[in-house]
Design a binder for this molecule. Structure first.
Ligand code: ZN
Length: 220
């Protein structure tokens, strides 16, 4: 069973909740999939069953087309947020890590074409592999976090939260106007450009803020 962990691998005292995500929060990623930049954040939710740790090989769905990695900064919510103002939202962040918003891209394209919801493409079991969480105090500035992803030693994605279309405070406030965020929920802040397909046995390496390195492997 997945549990939220700290950097030492100890369980954190938060129940595992939902994962609230934003699509197209980095302009260049919207462009690479030929999507317009949205006027308001495009929000969706992955269920708690999407969360998996990085310690066992990632099991990808089979026979449903390409599974893309989307590297995203993940925020662990430590305090209830409901109709919160942007200036106060950051106080609720209890941990910062990295996650992969795994996406069945071919399925998503079909759903988009029909105007159907994305859950089949985004919310499957194991669709949110996630790292342990660093305390926000040890990071300089949440709005200037560098992060990157390498697959089999080759860099695929790199980003900086300074490039987001909305600040993290604005994003959390907007989410909290649509869905109450509870302690133990996770927020994914969107992916920079460079999304691509994962293959069996791929070695995944993620780096956060130049200080933290997380590794995972795709099952064979
Ligand atoms: Zn995403």
């Amino acid at each position: 069973m997945y549990q939220h962990l700290d950097l030492q691998g100890h369980p954190l005292p938060y129940a595992v909740g939902k994962v609230v995500c934003v699509g197209r929060s980095y302009k260049e990623h919207a462009a690479e999939l030929n999507n317009p930049v949205p006027e308001q954040p495009l929000l969706f939710i992955k269920p708690s069953t999407s969360l998996v740790g990085l310690d066992t090989p990632l099991l990808l769905p089979r026979g449903l087309g390409a599974v893309h990695h989307e590297l995203e900064v993940a925020l662990l919510i430590g305090r209830r947020l409901c109709h919160t103002e942007p200036g106060h939202a950051l106080e609720a962040v209890a941990g910062v890590g990295l996650a992969l918003d795994l996406t069945l891209r071919d399925v998503q394209e079909q759903l988009k074409a029909k105007g159907h919801p994305w859950e089949r493409a985004k919310a499957f079991d194991g669709s949110c592999p996630i790292s342990p969480f660093a305390l926000p105090e040890v990071l300089d500035d949440l709005q200037h976090l560098k992060f990157s992803l390498a697959i089999n030693g080759q860099e695929r994605q790199s980003g900086n939260t300074a490039m987001m279309l909305w600040s993290i405070g604005e994003l959390l406030a907007e989410m909290s106007r649509c869905f109450t965020l509870n302690p133990g929920d996770v927020v994914l802040t969107g992916t920079p450009k460079g999304v691509a397909e994962l293959k069996p046995n791929d070695r995944i390496e993620m780096q956060l803020d130049g200080q933290y390195r997380f590794e995972a492997k795709v099952a064979g």
